[in-house]
Every structure is written in structure tokens, then in C-alpha cells.
Design a protein around this ligand. Structure first.
Ligand code: TXA
Ligand code: MG
Length: 355
């Protein structure tokens, strides 16, 4: 299949781009497009045949549910129902964070095909902020299912060229909208009403909407910590092995934990190479990549994270050594991605197949 790439930078005609994509989507095809988080692979969420093409192009197992994207806050009712006991907090969260990188897991409406939700009785929904994604939703006039536009288990794409590396020849269209603003996938939460007090937010995936940002609205419960209730699904975004480079990757917090082997080529991935970077002198690095050079700013690190990981993965190192990020803000999401990347690294395809 020939993959057409169309360009939608800020000077472009977004209406035209939206309509061109919507025509393909209405014909039951898939289209890769930018979101503010990472690039997505979209299809008509209400058309099981179109949704099946997402799973085929990504080689994604059917037990991994997709996120549904809507144009308006009101469109939420097309795909989900909102239980009375969380209606108020749901509204507050939508008002505060939509359009943007917060995905809500809610009871699904029967119209949503089971393939979208992997047979679960809940659906994950968000309203994206990216102007290209919004132009496509506006022209299509219906909800779009869209996972990240990478092959299953691999590094998420944050540029159109990364999508081309992953899915070129497998899909009919990629919309190039430049680099993604946030750089990591949306925060996914499930809300649990608690009588007489604030609700609990079970953080199913950490992301750009941080715990600090969610705190005023509810109590955040993180996986592995007290009070977290698993959804019972073992979706790959929540599996141990994901976001994986083919080069082995290790997260090393302390220099004494790293002993370089003679003759091997190592790359270091660090936040800023500054005073807090303890690994700078731990080896004669063949390459050092700084996520936020000099500044050490976590949002900047997030924007560059998958891009630099993908780049290092293509440079033939024996191992990528990563320093853990500060454990606050979007650093929590980066540490989550690093941990899963480590788990699956070196043999991404094998791990994906095992799962
Ligand atoms: O930022 C994003 O969320 C991007 C862009 C394209 O919007 N999309 C994305 O989709 O990251 P994906 O498929 O790579 O991750 C979706 C994850 C699944 O792996 C699963 O963990 C979770 O969303 N998910 C989907 N439906 C769910 C449900 N009903 N209950 C719990 N988790 C669900
Ligand atoms: Mg993904």
C-alpha cells in the first residue's frame, strides 16, 4: 500500500486537511494524525471493520482496548454514560482539562463496538487539543478510536517521520502536523466515588496531566500504592513491557550500579547533564543525550523523550543507559515509560508476541 503524507503546518488549510482525512475515515479506512500527546492511528470508532484495520496495521492484540476521541464535551454522551455519583467531578475535570491530555474511563454505551473496548463494559474517552486532530474530528462528525501510531509494543511516535518508520506501507495516509506538544500519552484515570468526601482517581497511566494538577479534584491512587484498584484488564499500556527500543536499555540510578564492559558502546540518556546527573562520569560514553539540556525542565524532557529514545535506538549502541527522572510532575510518566521500555528492550518483538 502507498502511504500518502499530507502536510498541515500552522499556515496550512486545516479545513482541507480535515476533509481529506474524513473522506478516508468515512470509507472505513485508517489515518495517522498528530495529537498533542503522540501521533495516533484513527478510525471510525463506531465501525468494527474500520477498527479492525487499526489492530491489523499495528499488529495489536485484540485484548488491548482503544481510546475514543470526541470533538465536543457534549459528544461524551455518544459513547459513555456518566454515573450520578461522579457526574459533578466529571464535569469539573472536563471543564479544567478538556480539550487536553486527560482520558476518562467510564461505563460504555452499547453503540460502541466491543472491539474498541476489548469487550470491557467501560470505554476510555478524551477530547484532544491538537488543532489538526480537531479539524479531522470536525470534518468527520463522529468519534474516532485512536491508539498511538506505532507497531505494538514499540516506541510511541512523536513526529510524522516516526509514524512512517512504524507504519509506512501499511496505512493509506499520514498527516504531518509537526512535533507533538506534550510528547507522552494522555493520563488515564478511573474515578471512584467516595461517600462524603473527594473521589478517588485511579491513575491507570500517568501522563501530561500530572498528580499535582489532579489533586484539587480528588485523591490520586497510583499502581502499586495503597488504595489503587486495578481495572482487571491487562492492556499493554499497563503491561510491564511496552515502549520498547530494540537496543537493550537499563535505568541506572547510581553510578556504582554501572560497570561498563570492555569494547562495548554505551549511550547515556540524562535529564540535563547537570549537577544532579550522577552518571556523567561513570563511563566514557559514546554518546550523551540530554532531554532538557541545561534547563532540566520536565515538560521539555517529555516532548523530546520518545524522539531521542527512537534516535538512540537507531544508532547501533550495545546498550542505552538511562538515568531516572525526578519523581514529580510529568517525570512520573517518564519514569513509568522508562521502566516499561527497560522491561521490553532488546527483544521487543519477542516480548510483544509473548504477551
Ligand atoms: O495520548 C493518547 O492517549 C494517545 C493519543 C493518540 O490520543 N493514544 C494512546 O492510545 O495512547 P493507546 O492505544 O496507545 O493506549 C490506550 C490505552 C490502552 O493500552 C489501555 O491501557 C487504556 O488505554 N484503555 C483503553 N480503554 C480502557 C478501558 N476501558 N479501561 C482501562 N484502560 C483502557
Ligand atoms: Mg500506545
Amino acid at each position: 500500500m502507498r502511504t500518502e503524507i499530507i502536510y498541515a503546518d500552522s499556515t496550512g488549510d486545516l479545513e482541507w486537511v480535515g476533509e481529506k482525512a474524513a473522506d478516508l475515515l468515512a470509507a472505513g479506512e485508517v489515518v495517522a494524525l498528530p495529537a498533542e500527546t503522540v501521533y495516533g492511528l484513527a478510525a471510525d470508532a463506531m465501525n468494527p471493520d474500520a477498527v479492525a484495520k487499526i489492530f491489523a496495521a499495528k499488529e495489536r492484540p485484540a485484548h488491548d482496548p482503544l481510546i475514543v476521541h470526541i470533538f465536543n464535551r457534549e459528544d461524551l454522551r455518544l459513547v459513555a454514560t456518566i454515573p450520578d455519583d461522579i457526574a459533578e467531578v466529571c464535569k469539573k475535570l472536563r471543564d479544567e482539562f478538556w480539550p487536553g491530555a486527560l482520558t476518562l474511563v467510564l461505563p460504555k454505551r452499547p453503540e460502541v463496538p466491543d472491539s474498541v473496548t476489548a469487550g470491557l463494559d467501560t470505554v476510555a474517552v478524551r477530547m484532544p487539543a491538537d488543532s489538526v486532530f480537531r479539524a479531522v474530528l470536525k470534518a468527520f462528525q463522529g468519534p474516532l478510536a485512536a491508539p498511538s501510531a506505532n507497531r505494538f509494543g514499540r516506541i510511541s511516535p512523536t513526529s510524522a517521520s516516526a509514524v512512517e518508520d512504524e507504519l509506512g506501507g501499511r496505512i493509506p495516509m499520514i498527516i504531518d502536523g509537526g512535533a507533538c506538544r506534550d510528547g507522552v500519552e494522555s493520563t488515564i484515570i478511573k474515578i471512584e466515588a467516595v461517600e462524603g468526601t473527594k473521589p478517588n482517581f485511579h491513575i491507570l497511566r500517568s501522563g501530561p496531566v500530572t498528580i499535582e494538577m489532579l489533586k484539587p479534584f480528588g485523591r490520586c491512587k497510583l499502581p502499586g500504592k495503597k488504595g489503587f484498584i486495578s481495572t482487571g484488564i491487562e492492556a499493554p499500556g499497563q503491561l510491564d513491557s511496552h515502549y520498547a527500543p530494540t537496543t537493550p536499555l537499563r535505568v541506572i540510578p547510581r553510578p556504582e550500579d554501572f560497570v561498563p564492559e570492555e569494547g562495548k558502546r554505551y549511550a547515556l540518556l540524562t535529564l540535563d547533564g547537570g549537577k544532579k546527573s550522577k552518571l556523567m562520569d561513570a563511563a566514557a560514553w559514546d554518546k550523551i543525550e540530554m532531554l532538557s539540556p541545561g534547563a532540566g525542565k520536565l515538560p521539555e524532557a517529555a516532548v523530546r523523550f520518545f524522539h531521542l529514545l527512537r534516535q538512540l535506538d537507531g544508532e547501533g549502541f550495545d546498550e542505552i543507559i538511562a538515568e531516572p527522572m525526578p519523581d514529580h510532575g510529568v517525570g512520573i510518566a517518564l519514569n513509568d515509560r522508562l521502566r516499561r521500555a527497560q522491561h521490553g528492550s532488546g527483544s521487543a518483538t519477542q516480548n510483544a508476541a509473548d504477551e
